[in-house]
Design a binder for this molecule. Structure first.
Ligand code: FAD
Length: 523
Protein backbone atom coordinates (compact mmCIF):
# COMPACT_ATOMS: atom_id res chain seq x y z
CA UNK A 1 0.00 0.00 0.00
CA UNK A 2 2.83 2.31 0.97
CA UNK A 3 4.58 1.72 -2.35
CA UNK A 4 1.48 2.30 -4.46
CA UNK A 5 0.87 5.56 -2.56
CA UNK A 6 4.46 6.57 -3.22
CA UNK A 7 4.32 5.81 -6.93
CA UNK A 8 0.97 7.47 -7.54
CA UNK A 9 2.26 10.57 -5.75
CA UNK A 10 5.45 10.57 -7.79
CA UNK A 11 3.49 9.96 -11.00
CA UNK A 12 1.20 12.93 -10.30
CA UNK A 13 4.16 15.19 -9.52
CA UNK A 14 5.91 14.10 -12.73
CA UNK A 15 2.79 14.89 -14.77
CA UNK A 16 2.56 18.35 -13.23
CA UNK A 17 6.20 19.04 -14.04
CA UNK A 18 5.94 17.75 -17.61
CA UNK A 19 2.92 19.94 -18.31
CA UNK A 20 4.72 22.84 -16.65
CA UNK A 21 7.85 22.53 -18.76
CA UNK A 22 5.84 22.86 -21.96
CA UNK A 23 3.54 25.68 -20.90
CA UNK A 24 5.79 28.05 -19.01
CA UNK A 25 7.09 30.16 -21.84
CA UNK A 26 5.97 33.42 -20.20
CA UNK A 27 3.84 34.77 -17.40
CA UNK A 28 0.06 35.18 -17.87
CA UNK A 29 -0.80 38.77 -18.82
CA UNK A 30 -3.58 38.88 -16.17
CA UNK A 31 -0.83 38.97 -13.59
CA UNK A 32 -0.12 42.54 -14.63
CA UNK A 33 -3.72 43.56 -13.87
CA UNK A 34 -3.51 42.54 -10.20
CA UNK A 35 -3.24 45.18 -7.47
CA UNK A 36 0.38 44.16 -6.97
CA UNK A 37 1.24 44.84 -10.64
CA UNK A 38 3.20 48.02 -9.87
CA UNK A 39 5.48 45.96 -7.61
CA UNK A 40 6.30 43.43 -10.32
CA UNK A 41 9.33 44.37 -12.39
CA UNK A 42 10.35 42.86 -15.68
CA UNK A 43 13.16 45.21 -16.79
CA UNK A 44 16.46 43.54 -17.50
CA UNK A 45 18.25 45.26 -14.63
CA UNK A 46 15.80 43.75 -12.11
CA UNK A 47 15.97 40.31 -13.68
CA UNK A 48 19.77 40.31 -13.76
CA UNK A 49 19.98 41.43 -10.13
CA UNK A 50 18.54 38.05 -9.03
CA UNK A 51 19.92 35.81 -11.75
CA UNK A 52 22.91 34.47 -9.84
CA UNK A 53 23.99 33.97 -6.24
CA UNK A 54 27.04 33.76 -3.98
CA UNK A 55 28.06 30.46 -5.57
CA UNK A 56 28.43 32.16 -8.98
CA UNK A 57 28.12 28.72 -10.54
CA UNK A 58 24.69 29.06 -12.15
CA UNK A 59 22.72 31.71 -14.01
CA UNK A 60 18.95 31.59 -14.14
CA UNK A 61 16.92 34.55 -15.33
CA UNK A 62 13.32 34.80 -14.09
CA UNK A 63 10.51 36.47 -16.03
CA UNK A 64 9.84 38.98 -13.24
CA UNK A 65 10.80 40.13 -9.76
CA UNK A 66 8.22 41.01 -7.09
CA UNK A 67 9.11 43.74 -4.59
CA UNK A 68 6.47 43.08 -1.90
CA UNK A 69 5.50 45.64 0.74
CA UNK A 70 3.58 43.14 2.84
CA UNK A 71 3.02 39.38 3.26
CA UNK A 72 -0.38 39.94 1.57
CA UNK A 73 1.44 40.91 -1.64
CA UNK A 74 3.27 37.58 -1.56
CA UNK A 75 0.07 35.71 -0.86
CA UNK A 76 -1.65 37.44 -3.83
CA UNK A 77 1.14 36.41 -6.18
CA UNK A 78 1.14 32.79 -5.04
CA UNK A 79 -2.67 32.54 -5.09
CA UNK A 80 -2.68 33.88 -8.63
CA UNK A 81 -0.17 31.30 -9.79
CA UNK A 82 -1.87 28.48 -7.87
CA UNK A 83 -5.28 29.26 -9.40
CA UNK A 84 -3.94 29.85 -12.89
CA UNK A 85 -4.34 27.20 -15.59
CA UNK A 86 -0.56 27.36 -16.03
CA UNK A 87 0.94 27.81 -12.57
CA UNK A 88 4.39 29.44 -12.71
CA UNK A 89 7.28 28.97 -10.28
CA UNK A 90 7.96 31.44 -7.48
CA UNK A 91 11.09 31.66 -5.32
CA UNK A 92 11.67 33.81 -2.27
CA UNK A 93 15.15 35.28 -2.38
CA UNK A 94 16.63 36.37 0.94
CA UNK A 95 20.15 37.70 0.58
CA UNK A 96 21.04 35.41 -2.34
CA UNK A 97 23.84 33.60 -0.49
CA UNK A 98 23.02 30.17 -1.83
CA UNK A 99 25.59 28.25 -3.83
CA UNK A 100 23.64 26.40 -6.53
CA UNK A 101 20.79 28.68 -7.63
CA UNK A 102 18.43 27.58 -4.85
CA UNK A 103 16.67 30.97 -4.79
CA UNK A 104 16.07 31.09 -8.53
CA UNK A 105 12.79 30.75 -10.46
CA UNK A 106 13.46 30.06 -14.13
CA UNK A 107 10.49 31.29 -16.22
CA UNK A 108 8.80 32.48 -13.06
CA UNK A 109 8.91 35.19 -10.41
CA UNK A 110 11.60 35.78 -7.81
CA UNK A 111 10.39 37.56 -4.67
CA UNK A 112 12.89 40.07 -3.35
CA UNK A 113 12.16 39.37 0.33
CA UNK A 114 14.25 42.27 1.61
CA UNK A 115 11.74 44.63 0.02
CA UNK A 116 9.36 43.76 2.89
CA UNK A 117 11.63 45.76 5.15
CA UNK A 118 12.12 48.78 2.89
CA UNK A 119 10.75 52.07 4.14
CA UNK A 120 9.64 50.86 7.57
CA UNK A 121 11.45 49.52 10.54
CA UNK A 122 8.93 47.34 12.28
CA UNK A 123 10.24 43.95 11.26
CA UNK A 124 11.84 43.22 14.65
CA UNK A 125 9.77 43.24 17.88
CA UNK A 126 11.38 42.15 21.12
CA UNK A 127 9.34 40.81 24.03
CA UNK A 128 11.48 41.41 27.11
CA UNK A 129 9.04 39.63 29.42
CA UNK A 130 8.77 36.50 27.31
CA UNK A 131 12.36 36.54 26.10
CA UNK A 132 11.62 36.15 22.44
CA UNK A 133 11.72 38.27 19.31
CA UNK A 134 9.26 38.37 16.43
CA UNK A 135 11.30 39.01 13.30
CA UNK A 136 10.41 39.29 9.62
CA UNK A 137 11.79 36.48 7.44
CA UNK A 138 13.43 39.17 5.30
CA UNK A 139 15.54 40.63 8.12
CA UNK A 140 19.31 40.13 8.29
CA UNK A 141 20.69 38.40 11.39
CA UNK A 142 23.13 41.29 11.91
CA UNK A 143 20.20 43.73 12.23
CA UNK A 144 18.42 41.33 14.57
CA UNK A 145 21.54 41.20 16.74
CA UNK A 146 21.82 44.99 17.01
CA UNK A 147 18.11 45.39 17.78
CA UNK A 148 17.93 42.71 20.49
CA UNK A 149 21.09 44.03 22.15
CA UNK A 150 19.23 47.30 22.82
CA UNK A 151 17.23 45.24 25.35
CA UNK A 152 20.25 43.39 26.72
CA UNK A 153 19.08 40.22 24.95
CA UNK A 154 20.36 38.05 22.10
CA UNK A 155 19.49 34.96 20.07
CA UNK A 156 21.62 32.00 21.19
CA UNK A 157 22.34 30.22 17.93
CA UNK A 158 24.11 31.82 14.99
CA UNK A 159 25.74 31.25 11.64
CA UNK A 160 29.39 32.30 11.20
CA UNK A 161 28.30 35.07 8.88
CA UNK A 162 25.40 37.33 9.85
CA UNK A 163 24.55 39.05 6.57
CA UNK A 164 22.03 36.35 5.72
CA UNK A 165 18.26 36.59 6.13
CA UNK A 166 16.33 34.91 8.90
CA UNK A 167 14.12 33.12 6.34
CA UNK A 168 17.17 32.05 4.32
CA UNK A 169 19.02 30.34 7.18
CA UNK A 170 15.86 28.85 8.75
CA UNK A 171 15.25 27.24 5.37
CA UNK A 172 18.53 25.34 5.63
CA UNK A 173 19.23 24.88 9.36
CA UNK A 174 21.62 27.60 10.51
CA UNK A 175 24.76 26.22 12.17
CA UNK A 176 27.91 27.51 13.83
CA UNK A 177 30.02 26.85 16.90
CA UNK A 178 27.00 27.47 19.17
CA UNK A 179 25.06 24.56 17.64
CA UNK A 180 26.63 21.90 19.88
CA UNK A 181 25.31 23.71 22.94
CA UNK A 182 22.15 25.53 21.86
CA UNK A 183 21.11 23.55 18.76
CA UNK A 184 20.94 24.92 15.21
CA UNK A 185 18.93 28.06 14.56
CA UNK A 186 15.91 25.93 13.59
CA UNK A 187 15.89 24.48 17.14
CA UNK A 188 15.52 27.99 18.52
CA UNK A 189 12.25 28.92 16.82
CA UNK A 190 8.96 28.99 18.74
CA UNK A 191 6.49 29.99 16.02
CA UNK A 192 6.33 30.93 12.34
CA UNK A 193 4.03 32.77 9.95
CA UNK A 194 4.20 30.96 6.63
CA UNK A 195 2.61 31.51 3.22
CA UNK A 196 2.09 28.13 1.56
CA UNK A 197 2.19 27.17 -2.11
CA UNK A 198 -1.57 27.74 -2.21
CA UNK A 199 -1.17 31.31 -0.96
CA UNK A 200 -2.65 30.55 2.48
CA UNK A 201 -1.18 32.53 5.39
CA UNK A 202 -0.74 30.12 8.29
CA UNK A 203 0.68 30.54 11.79
CA UNK A 204 2.40 27.38 12.97
CA UNK A 205 4.37 26.01 15.90
CA UNK A 206 5.04 22.64 17.52
CA UNK A 207 1.44 22.75 18.84
CA UNK A 208 -0.39 24.37 15.95
CA UNK A 209 -0.14 23.13 12.34
CA UNK A 210 2.94 21.29 13.52
CA UNK A 211 3.50 19.37 10.28
CA UNK A 212 3.98 22.66 8.42
CA UNK A 213 6.20 24.10 11.18
CA UNK A 214 8.51 21.08 11.16
CA UNK A 215 8.56 20.84 7.36
CA UNK A 216 9.39 24.52 6.77
CA UNK A 217 12.33 24.51 9.20
CA UNK A 218 15.21 23.31 7.03
CA UNK A 219 12.70 22.87 4.19
CA UNK A 220 14.62 24.78 1.47
CA UNK A 221 11.59 26.95 0.74
CA UNK A 222 9.63 23.90 -0.50
CA UNK A 223 6.54 24.16 1.68
CA UNK A 224 6.04 27.84 2.34
CA UNK A 225 7.57 31.28 2.65
CA UNK A 226 8.51 32.38 6.17
CA UNK A 227 7.31 35.94 6.79
CA UNK A 228 7.73 35.96 10.59
CA UNK A 229 9.74 33.86 13.02
CA UNK A 230 9.52 33.95 16.82
CA UNK A 231 12.99 33.23 18.14
CA UNK A 232 14.19 32.45 21.69
CA UNK A 233 16.36 35.12 23.37
CA UNK A 234 18.83 34.97 26.29
CA UNK A 235 20.61 37.66 28.30
CA UNK A 236 23.44 39.03 26.16
CA UNK A 237 27.07 38.82 27.26
CA UNK A 238 29.27 41.87 26.72
CA UNK A 239 32.57 40.23 25.98
CA UNK A 240 34.14 37.13 24.53
CA UNK A 241 37.39 35.27 25.04
CA UNK A 242 38.00 34.13 21.49
CA UNK A 243 40.37 31.17 21.60
CA UNK A 244 42.35 29.05 19.17
CA UNK A 245 44.16 25.92 20.29
CA UNK A 246 46.54 24.22 17.88
CA UNK A 247 46.89 20.46 17.33
CA UNK A 248 49.10 18.46 15.04
CA UNK A 249 47.17 15.20 15.13
CA UNK A 250 43.55 14.52 14.41
CA UNK A 251 42.98 12.05 17.23
CA UNK A 252 43.80 14.54 20.00
CA UNK A 253 42.03 17.34 18.12
CA UNK A 254 38.73 15.47 17.80
CA UNK A 255 38.98 14.00 21.30
CA UNK A 256 39.31 17.46 22.84
CA UNK A 257 36.51 18.84 20.66
CA UNK A 258 34.21 16.04 21.79
CA UNK A 259 35.12 16.61 25.44
CA UNK A 260 34.23 20.26 25.05
CA UNK A 261 30.79 19.63 23.56
CA UNK A 262 29.87 16.65 25.72
CA UNK A 263 26.41 17.03 27.21
CA UNK A 264 27.66 14.95 30.11
CA UNK A 265 29.96 17.72 31.34
CA UNK A 266 28.57 18.44 34.77
CA UNK A 267 27.62 21.92 35.97
CA UNK A 268 30.76 23.48 37.45
CA UNK A 269 33.15 21.47 35.23
CA UNK A 270 35.52 23.80 33.36
CA UNK A 271 34.71 21.77 30.24
CA UNK A 272 31.31 23.44 30.18
CA UNK A 273 32.85 26.84 29.76
CA UNK A 274 32.88 27.13 25.97
CA UNK A 275 29.74 28.68 24.49
CA UNK A 276 31.02 27.98 21.00
CA UNK A 277 33.22 25.18 19.60
CA UNK A 278 34.41 24.98 16.04
CA UNK A 279 37.56 23.63 14.43
CA UNK A 280 39.57 23.87 11.24
CA UNK A 281 42.33 22.20 9.35
CA UNK A 282 44.83 24.72 8.16
CA UNK A 283 46.24 23.32 5.00
CA UNK A 284 48.30 26.22 3.86
CA UNK A 285 49.92 29.05 5.75
CA UNK A 286 48.59 31.61 3.28
CA UNK A 287 45.17 30.86 4.78
CA UNK A 288 46.18 32.00 8.25
CA UNK A 289 44.79 35.45 7.54
CA UNK A 290 41.82 34.12 5.57
CA UNK A 291 38.57 36.00 5.02
CA UNK A 292 36.79 34.07 7.79
CA UNK A 293 38.61 36.06 10.47
CA UNK A 294 41.52 38.04 9.10
CA UNK A 295 41.76 39.94 12.39
CA UNK A 296 42.57 37.00 14.67
CA UNK A 297 46.32 36.33 14.41
CA UNK A 298 48.84 39.07 15.15
CA UNK A 299 52.01 39.28 13.06
CA UNK A 300 54.06 37.41 15.66
CA UNK A 301 51.41 34.66 16.02
CA UNK A 302 51.46 34.45 12.29
CA UNK A 303 55.19 33.71 12.27
CA UNK A 304 54.89 31.05 14.97
CA UNK A 305 51.93 29.40 13.31
CA UNK A 306 53.68 29.46 9.97
CA UNK A 307 56.61 27.52 11.42
CA UNK A 308 54.30 24.87 12.78
CA UNK A 309 52.35 24.62 9.55
CA UNK A 310 55.42 24.01 7.44
CA UNK A 311 57.22 21.83 9.99
CA UNK A 312 54.37 19.36 10.27
CA UNK A 313 54.94 16.33 8.07
CA UNK A 314 51.63 16.72 6.30
CA UNK A 315 51.94 20.46 5.92
CA UNK A 316 48.90 21.30 7.98
CA UNK A 317 47.64 21.73 11.51
CA UNK A 318 44.25 21.60 13.18
CA UNK A 319 42.92 24.20 15.54
CA UNK A 320 39.95 24.27 17.84
CA UNK A 321 38.22 27.61 17.81
CA UNK A 322 36.33 28.32 21.01
CA UNK A 323 34.50 31.21 22.59
CA UNK A 324 33.74 31.94 26.21
CA UNK A 325 31.16 34.64 26.83
CA UNK A 326 31.33 36.85 29.91
CA UNK A 327 30.25 40.12 31.44
CA UNK A 328 32.38 42.61 33.41
CA UNK A 329 31.10 41.35 36.76
CA UNK A 330 32.36 37.80 36.28
CA UNK A 331 35.67 38.49 34.54
CA UNK A 332 37.88 37.21 37.36
CA UNK A 333 35.90 34.02 37.85
CA UNK A 334 35.79 33.29 34.11
CA UNK A 335 39.51 33.85 33.77
CA UNK A 336 40.21 31.36 36.55
CA UNK A 337 37.91 28.79 34.99
CA UNK A 338 39.48 29.30 31.60
CA UNK A 339 42.89 28.60 33.03
CA UNK A 340 41.60 25.35 34.51
CA UNK A 341 39.98 24.41 31.24
CA UNK A 342 43.12 24.98 29.20
CA UNK A 343 44.96 22.74 31.68
CA UNK A 344 42.60 19.88 30.77
CA UNK A 345 43.21 20.03 27.03
CA UNK A 346 46.06 18.55 24.99
CA UNK A 347 46.89 21.20 22.40
CA UNK A 348 50.50 21.80 21.36
CA UNK A 349 52.12 23.45 24.43
CA UNK A 350 52.27 27.25 24.14
CA UNK A 351 49.98 27.17 21.15
CA UNK A 352 46.88 28.65 22.77
CA UNK A 353 45.92 32.03 21.30
CA UNK A 354 43.37 34.21 23.07
CA UNK A 355 41.80 37.48 21.94
CA UNK A 356 39.42 39.54 24.03
CA UNK A 357 36.75 41.09 21.88
CA UNK A 358 33.24 42.45 22.24
CA UNK A 359 30.30 40.12 21.66
CA UNK A 360 29.35 41.94 18.45
CA UNK A 361 32.91 41.91 17.17
CA UNK A 362 33.06 38.15 17.71
CA UNK A 363 29.72 37.36 16.08
CA UNK A 364 30.30 39.66 13.11
CA UNK A 365 33.92 38.50 12.60
CA UNK A 366 33.47 37.30 9.01
CA UNK A 367 32.22 40.67 7.81
CA UNK A 368 35.72 42.23 7.97
CA UNK A 369 36.96 39.54 5.61
CA UNK A 370 34.06 40.19 3.27
CA UNK A 371 34.88 43.90 3.09
CA UNK A 372 38.52 43.15 2.31
CA UNK A 373 37.65 40.67 -0.42
CA UNK A 374 35.11 43.04 -1.93
CA UNK A 375 37.77 45.72 -2.09
CA UNK A 376 40.05 43.33 -3.96
CA UNK A 377 37.22 42.22 -6.26
CA UNK A 378 37.56 38.69 -4.87
CA UNK A 379 34.14 38.31 -3.21
CA UNK A 380 32.14 37.76 -6.35
CA UNK A 381 34.08 34.80 -7.71
CA UNK A 382 32.80 31.21 -8.08
CA UNK A 383 32.38 29.35 -4.75
CA UNK A 384 32.05 25.61 -5.26
CA UNK A 385 31.42 24.94 -1.57
CA UNK A 386 30.80 21.51 -0.14
CA UNK A 387 29.25 20.97 3.31
CA UNK A 388 28.76 17.54 4.81
CA UNK A 389 27.65 16.08 8.12
CA UNK A 390 29.87 13.08 8.88
CA UNK A 391 29.09 10.52 11.61
CA UNK A 392 31.60 10.55 14.46
CA UNK A 393 32.31 6.82 14.05
CA UNK A 394 33.89 7.53 10.63
CA UNK A 395 35.54 10.90 11.17
CA UNK A 396 39.06 9.46 11.33
CA UNK A 397 38.51 7.53 8.08
CA UNK A 398 37.13 10.69 6.56
CA UNK A 399 40.15 12.65 7.73
CA UNK A 400 42.56 10.09 6.27
CA UNK A 401 40.76 9.77 2.94
CA UNK A 402 39.67 13.35 2.38
CA UNK A 403 41.78 15.82 4.34
CA UNK A 404 45.05 13.89 4.14
CA UNK A 405 44.13 12.21 0.87
CA UNK A 406 42.06 13.97 -1.77
CA UNK A 407 42.76 17.46 -0.42
CA UNK A 408 46.51 16.99 -0.01
CA UNK A 409 46.78 18.55 -3.45
CA UNK A 410 47.58 22.12 -2.44
CA UNK A 411 46.70 23.66 -5.80
CA UNK A 412 43.11 24.13 -4.72
CA UNK A 413 43.42 25.06 -1.05
CA UNK A 414 40.71 26.74 0.93
CA UNK A 415 39.07 26.92 4.30
CA UNK A 416 38.35 23.52 5.84
CA UNK A 417 35.98 23.47 8.80
CA UNK A 418 35.56 20.41 10.96
CA UNK A 419 33.65 20.42 14.23
CA UNK A 420 31.27 18.17 16.15
CA UNK A 421 27.63 18.64 17.09
CA UNK A 422 25.20 16.82 19.37
CA UNK A 423 22.27 15.17 17.65
CA UNK A 424 20.07 15.62 20.72
CA UNK A 425 20.10 19.41 20.12
CA UNK A 426 18.32 18.84 16.80
CA UNK A 427 14.71 17.86 16.16
CA UNK A 428 14.84 15.01 13.69
CA UNK A 429 11.27 15.75 12.56
CA UNK A 430 12.44 18.99 10.92
CA UNK A 431 13.53 18.91 7.28
CA UNK A 432 17.31 19.32 7.65
CA UNK A 433 18.78 15.83 7.32
CA UNK A 434 21.38 14.72 9.86
CA UNK A 435 23.35 11.47 10.35
CA UNK A 436 22.00 8.79 12.61
CA UNK A 437 24.63 9.05 15.35
CA UNK A 438 24.65 10.94 18.63
CA UNK A 439 27.65 13.01 17.59
CA UNK A 440 28.37 14.04 14.03
CA UNK A 441 30.87 16.41 12.49
CA UNK A 442 30.26 19.22 10.12
CA UNK A 443 32.83 19.37 7.35
CA UNK A 444 32.87 22.59 5.36
CA UNK A 445 35.09 22.99 2.33
CA UNK A 446 34.74 26.70 1.63
CA UNK A 447 36.79 27.53 -1.44
CA UNK A 448 36.95 30.53 -3.75
CA UNK A 449 37.79 29.57 -7.31
CA UNK A 450 39.44 31.19 -10.28
CA UNK A 451 38.65 30.32 -13.87
CA UNK A 452 41.76 28.08 -13.86
CA UNK A 453 41.01 25.98 -10.79
CA UNK A 454 37.19 25.88 -10.67
CA UNK A 455 37.00 22.52 -12.43
CA UNK A 456 39.73 21.08 -10.18
CA UNK A 457 37.61 22.00 -7.16
CA UNK A 458 34.39 20.65 -8.63
CA UNK A 459 36.16 17.38 -9.48
CA UNK A 460 37.59 17.16 -5.96
CA UNK A 461 34.14 17.67 -4.46
CA UNK A 462 32.87 14.78 -6.59
CA UNK A 463 35.82 12.64 -5.53
CA UNK A 464 35.05 13.32 -1.87
CA UNK A 465 31.46 12.16 -2.30
CA UNK A 466 32.60 9.10 -4.25
CA UNK A 467 35.15 8.28 -1.57
CA UNK A 468 32.46 8.46 1.14
CA UNK A 469 30.08 6.32 -0.89
CA UNK A 470 32.73 3.68 -1.55
CA UNK A 471 33.91 3.70 2.06
CA UNK A 472 30.31 3.40 3.31
CA UNK A 473 30.49 6.69 5.22
CA UNK A 474 26.85 7.64 5.80
CA UNK A 475 27.15 11.39 5.42
CA UNK A 476 24.37 13.89 4.81
CA UNK A 477 24.93 16.95 2.69
CA UNK A 478 24.26 20.25 4.47
CA UNK A 479 22.94 22.91 2.04
CA UNK A 480 22.26 19.88 -0.17
CA UNK A 481 22.50 19.84 -3.92
CA UNK A 482 21.83 16.75 -6.05
CA UNK A 483 21.49 16.47 -9.80
CA UNK A 484 19.33 13.34 -9.72
CA UNK A 485 16.16 12.14 -8.04
CA UNK A 486 18.11 9.15 -6.79
CA UNK A 487 20.43 11.54 -4.96
CA UNK A 488 17.51 13.35 -3.31
CA UNK A 489 15.79 10.08 -2.38
CA UNK A 490 18.97 8.86 -0.74
CA UNK A 491 19.35 12.21 1.02
CA UNK A 492 15.87 12.05 2.55
CA UNK A 493 16.05 8.29 3.14
CA UNK A 494 13.00 7.10 5.06
CA UNK A 495 11.68 10.68 5.13
CA UNK A 496 11.28 10.85 1.33
CA UNK A 497 7.62 9.75 1.31
CA UNK A 498 6.86 12.23 4.04
CA UNK A 499 8.56 14.95 1.99
CA UNK A 500 6.37 14.11 -1.02
CA UNK A 501 3.20 13.97 1.06
CA UNK A 502 3.87 17.38 2.65
CA UNK A 503 4.77 18.84 -0.72
CA UNK A 504 1.47 17.56 -2.09
CA UNK A 505 -0.36 19.11 0.88
CA UNK A 506 1.30 22.53 1.02
CA UNK A 507 2.57 23.13 -2.50
CA UNK A 508 0.59 20.79 -4.74
CA UNK A 509 1.35 22.73 -7.94
CA UNK A 510 5.11 22.66 -7.19
CA UNK A 511 5.29 26.42 -7.35
CA UNK A 512 7.80 27.17 -4.60
CA UNK A 513 11.61 27.39 -4.81
CA UNK A 514 12.22 25.23 -7.89
CA UNK A 515 15.93 26.16 -7.82
CA UNK A 516 16.58 23.38 -5.33
CA UNK A 517 15.68 20.99 -8.21
CA UNK A 518 14.38 18.37 -5.80
CA UNK A 519 11.42 17.51 -7.98
CA UNK A 520 12.41 18.97 -11.33
CA UNK A 521 14.97 16.21 -11.74
CA UNK A 522 12.01 13.89 -12.43
CA UNK A 523 11.57 15.31 -15.93
P1 FAD B 1 18.86 32.77 -0.20
O1 FAD B 1 20.14 32.26 -0.75
O2 FAD B 1 18.30 33.97 -0.80
O3 FAD B 1 17.77 31.60 -0.19
C1 FAD B 1 18.11 30.31 0.28
C2 FAD B 1 16.94 29.34 0.12
O4 FAD B 1 15.93 29.67 1.04
C3 FAD B 1 16.28 29.38 -1.24
O5 FAD B 1 15.78 28.10 -1.54
C4 FAD B 1 15.15 30.36 -1.04
O6 FAD B 1 14.11 30.17 -1.98
C5 FAD B 1 14.73 30.05 0.38
N1 FAD B 1 14.24 31.21 1.12
C6 FAD B 1 14.76 32.45 1.20
N2 FAD B 1 14.01 33.21 2.00
C7 FAD B 1 13.01 32.43 2.46
C8 FAD B 1 11.90 32.63 3.31
N3 FAD B 1 11.67 33.81 3.89
N4 FAD B 1 11.06 31.59 3.54
C9 FAD B 1 11.26 30.38 2.97
N5 FAD B 1 12.28 30.14 2.14
C10 FAD B 1 13.16 31.15 1.90
N6 FAD B 1 25.12 28.59 6.76
C11 FAD B 1 25.21 28.12 8.03
O7 FAD B 1 24.35 27.36 8.48
N7 FAD B 1 26.25 28.50 8.84
C12 FAD B 1 27.20 29.37 8.43
O8 FAD B 1 28.09 29.69 9.19
C13 FAD B 1 27.11 29.89 7.12
N8 FAD B 1 28.01 30.80 6.68
C14 FAD B 1 27.90 31.30 5.42
C15 FAD B 1 28.83 32.25 5.00
C16 FAD B 1 28.75 32.78 3.73
C17 FAD B 1 29.75 33.80 3.29
C18 FAD B 1 27.72 32.33 2.86
C19 FAD B 1 27.66 32.86 1.47
C20 FAD B 1 26.80 31.38 3.27
C21 FAD B 1 26.87 30.86 4.55
N9 FAD B 1 25.95 29.91 5.01
C22 FAD B 1 26.05 29.45 6.30
C23 FAD B 1 24.90 29.37 4.14
C24 FAD B 1 23.62 30.16 4.30
O9 FAD B 1 23.08 30.00 5.60
C25 FAD B 1 22.54 29.67 3.31
O10 FAD B 1 23.01 29.67 2.01
C26 FAD B 1 21.29 30.53 3.43
O11 FAD B 1 20.21 29.87 2.81
C27 FAD B 1 21.51 31.88 2.80
O12 FAD B 1 20.53 32.79 3.24
P2 FAD B 1 20.00 33.90 2.23
O13 FAD B 1 19.21 34.87 3.04
O14 FAD B 1 21.10 34.45 1.42
O15 FAD B 1 19.01 32.99 1.39
Amino acid sequence: LKNSFKFSLIYTLVLILQTRSISLASLPQDLFHLKIASKIHTDEQFLLSVSTDYGNLTTSIPDAVLYPSSPQDISSLIRFSYNSSNPFPIAPRGNGHSINGQASAPDGVVINMKSLGYGHNNGINVSIVNRYVDVGGEQLWIDLLHETLKYGLTPRSWTDYLHLTVGGTLSVGGISGQTSRYGPQISNVIELDVITGKGEMITCSKDQNSDLFLAVLGGMGQFGIITRARIILSPAPQKVHWIRLVYTDVVTFTRDQERLISTENSEGSPLRLFNYVEGSFLVDRRLLGSWRSPQFFTDSDYDRMSQLVTEDGLGGVYYIEGAVYYTDEITVQVNQELELLLGELSYVPDYAFIRNVSYVEFLDRVHDGELKLRELGEWEVPHPWLNLFVPKSRILDFDAGVIKGILSNRSAAGIILMYPMNRNKWDDRMSTMIPDEEIFYTFGLLRSASRENLQVMIDENDKILQFCNLAGIKYKQYLPHYATTKGWMKHFGTKWNNFLALKAKYDPELILSPGSTILSSYI
